[in-house]
Design a protein around this ligand. Structure first.
Ligand code: HSE
Length: 436
């Protein structure tokens, strides 16, 4: 049995909060041994006190409050676990907790991506740690891996499939030939996508995670408004099927690239990944994060990026860290310095590309397009035209390494030609190598 009791104030009893409550009870004996303390969920703040909560044994009603302030005002509470989500109220809660010198555990990626610099600077001032393992890739222990196990490395690149909803949709489109809308609807029926899936499919859930990973990798806070984020809403089934014949699969990737003496590259974009690459075989709702360090080389972390039990696994790990830290008066894991990272403009980032145009099916069209590409110093590495007798046809080009900005300019010029339509897909081909 542990030496002391660690009193926890749990804010939010949604899917993950309920998992934390249930699993702290389920594994209470082993957690007591590992934390050398009994972990007691003393108070739970919920929005609606009347809402039925299925838990066996029932949660004693005197633990509930509908004021999160009660957790902060309770002098016995050592650790605040913030699982209410959203930004404004969560920020108020976390700031109030730190001011009262309570350790904070949060899974709130949006909060930290938007206000991490302010929150961690207050945490430093108050000498109180903030733990956030659950904020990135659910149950995968990627935060502590970068903060602790890989701390001796200069991180060169982090590339990851960090949104399970998008990965599920892209997988079902490729495997079953579903349209984007049908795959999304299936994900919603199965509970993999929210009723409002906007933040997942527009790329910003992954964007917030990329901000956090980029901040840890570079050691400086990445301003969320300076990263480039694209989602999967405009991915066509036809493109997924065509790239398959070229040996690629489409994945929504979060990419962080740290190059010495250059601004940091942080972006979220759907990319072509060679079927030979490990990340190409990460399917369904699974997440995977590849971290490359100068000492360790490549490492790969794979697992469940969401879900009640996997995400509670990360939150509970943080609670145990908090409990150990409280007993030894120590903080685990480094956090970025108070400075902001310089982020490379997306226009300056380099890669190869897949470009599908929809053009008039007649002689001379390809020549005009090739001329524009040449004028922007962009090399064409292959040309594919699925055989068609129709008046308009798809024309697929693969482009040699070039700045994104030049490719976008060339496409704008091509779209100005009378022989092309607006129906265009541009996807990056991710080689996972330093393109410089
Ligand atoms: N909605 C996210 C996903 C999990 O689909 O991966 C929480 O960030």
């Amino acid at each position: 049995m542990g030496r002391r009791k660690i009193e926890i104030g749990l804010a939010g009893l949604g899917n993950v909060g309920m998992g934390v409550y249930a699993n702290v009870l389920k594994n209470s004996e082993l957690l007591s041994r590992r934390a050398n303390a009994h972990l007691n969920i003393r108070k739970i703040a919920v929005r609606d006190l009347k809402k039925a909560r299925d838990h066996e044994p029932p949660i004693p009603s005197d633990r509930f409050t509908n004021r999160w302030e009660d957790l902060i005002e309770d002098d016995e509470v050592d650790v605040i676990v913030e699982l209410i989500g959203g930004i404004d109220q969560a920020k108020e809660l976390v700031i109030s907790a730190l001011r009262k010198k309570k350790v904070v555990v949060t899974g709130n990626k949006a909060l930290l991506a938007e206000h991490g610099q302010e929150i961690f600077s207050l945490a430093k001032e108050m000498e109180v740690p903030v733990y956030f393992e659950a904020a990135v890739a659910g149950g995968i222990p990627i935060i502590k891996a970068v903060q602790e196990s890989l701390v001796g490395n200069a991180i060169q690149m982090i590339s990851g499939i960090i949104n399970g909803t998008c990965n599920y949709i892209l997988t079902r489109m490729r495997e079953e030939g579903l349209s984007y809308q049908d795959a999304l609807q299936e994900a919603q029926v199965l509970g993999y996508a929210e009723a409002d899936p906007t933040l997942d499919v527009n790329g910003w859930d992954a964007g917030h995670k990329a901000v956090l990973l980029g901040s840890l990798a570079s050691g400086r806070w990445v301003p969320a408004d300076q990263i480039h984020v694209e989602g999967i809403e405009n991915i066509r089934l036809g493109d997924i099927q065509f790239v398959e014949t070229m040996g690629y699969t489409v994945k929504l990737l979060g990419i962080i690239r740290c190059t010495e003496n250059e601004p940091l590259e942080v972006r979220v974009q759907p990319c072509l990944v060679s079927k030979q690459h490990l990340l190409a075989s990460v399917n369904g709702v699974y997440n995977a994060v590849m971290v490359e360090g100068d000492l360790v080389g490549e490492t790969l972390f794979y697992g469940s990026g969401a879900g009640q039990n996997p995400t509670s696994s990360s939150v509970i790990a943080d609670i145990v860290d908090a409990a150990v830290g409280l007993q030894h008066d120590e903080k685990r894991g480094y956090v970025p310095s108070n400075e902001l990272a310089a982020v490379k403009p997306i226009e300056a980032t380099l890669s190869q590309y897949y470009l599908r145009l929809h053009v008039e099916n007649r002689p001379g069209v390809l020549a005009q397009i090739a001329q524009i590409m040449g004028g922007h110093d962009i090399g064409i590495t292959s040309v594919h035209q699925p055989e068609s007798m129709a008046a308009m046809a798809d024309l697929v080009l693969t482009l040699d390494r070039a700045p994104y900005g030049s490719v976008k300019q060339a496409i704008a010029q091509i779209q100005g030609l009378s022989c092309t339509s607006e129906d265009t897909t541009l996807l990056r081909v991710e080689s996972f190598e330093d393109p410089a």
